[in-house]
Design a protein around this ligand. Sequence first.
Ligand SMILES: O=C([O-])C(=O)C[C@H](O)[C@@H](O)C(=O)[O-]
Ligand SMILES: [Mg+2]
Length: 440
Amino acid sequence: MIMTENTVEISAKINSKITQVRVTPILIADPPLLNIQGVHAPYAPRAIIEVETDTGEIGVGETYGDTDYLSVAQAFAPELVGSPLSVNGLRGRVRARTESVELQRVDAAVDAGGLRGPRSLNKIACSVASAFEVAIYDALGHLAGLPVHALLGGKVRDDVDFSAYLFYRWAEHPDGYGSDVPHDDWGAALDPDQVVQQARRMVRDYGFTSFKLKGGVFPPDQEVAATKALAEAFPGRPVRLDPNGAWSVATSLRVAAELESIAEYLEDPTTGTAQMAEVARGTSLPLATNMCVTSTEEISEAFRTDAVQVVLSDHHYWGGLRATQDLAAICDAFDVGLSMHSNTHLGISLAAMTQVASTIPTLRYACDTHRPWQTEDVITTPHVFADGKLPVTGTPGLGIELDRDSLQRLHQRWAGSPIRDRDDGVAMRRVHPEWTQPSW
Ligand SMILES: O=C([O-])C(=O)C[C@H](O)[C@@H](O)C(=O)[O-]
Ligand SMILES: [Mg+2]
């Protein structure tokens, strides 16, 4: 073969190696959003991953920054140095690495940061691997001059639809924020009228055309009333309610009967696959989950028993973008619908969600996103929703640029703070010492 300058360049790119990996923990401002586990604290930890190659490319990823996730990410990062830009085998390598890290909170308790069912080593490893995978895809995209969706096989849509993620919330954190946090002027939402007002603002500012209300906060009748108020205020627009497993089977069936002709789906009304299956047998309303099916080992029982009709994918849960596509294929094979979950995240994760969502033909529900609740970001040009959608960029990689000043500032905040884990229950008990997790 005759070697031209071009082939030499291509060969350098194909053989490019990872030379540096950086894991930067940050704390980001988070408003006082309420959920079954309590209330979001003023700051939430995230971890930002950068992989740098010998050809000068830098790819970025984002995941949970809580202690266990961070410890695994920091322990794994040096192992990637010298590796090719390959995403294959990543989850297994991170999983193996978890064995040598002393973890604090693998106790089968529900994960406060993710509300994703019982914690496990595998779930932690998947969440860590997801950020490295995204960073490698971003770097590969820069190398190839292609957007991540092209590397994932190509987009099937030009924009991705998101839904307005509505929360009961307080107007302010009881102790406020530091002076470095932009003011959040959403106000309180504690009854149906305030929830509808919040939805109107989401529609005005972002153009969302569907709604998800985070429940599990007030007695179910109040949350049903808020859901009905939304359906009345926005006729014909899809509405979902998600109490994160707060209800018994009997309560779930009662609520499902009330919302059967109103809701698009009911998300995790009750906990555990067996109880979800019992509810599913008694209602025609589709049940969705990001709690009882959040890892591969949980799929079989749930699908065999028809416990869920919609799975909320999440590349942080499932181990990356390719794993999300795999999940979509499995759901399709079992005639289970696919939606997309989110919790507190910044623009890197939103870009990754948008890229992978654009490649999945069977994703027919608007994706969740917490992004409107975040007042800070680590990318230079934060995303702008129009008509509730984000365009699927054709620029190389994730189509975003890291804002190093902002990353540094949020890292300094982390370094100067004792906060290392998200714990919504602790945040709630600071205000209401007697508070315990509700169930109805
Ligand atoms: O759909 C869900 O269950 C979530 O988004 C879980 C999240 O943790 C959310 O409830 C939150 O951040 O309060
Ligand atoms: Mg949910």
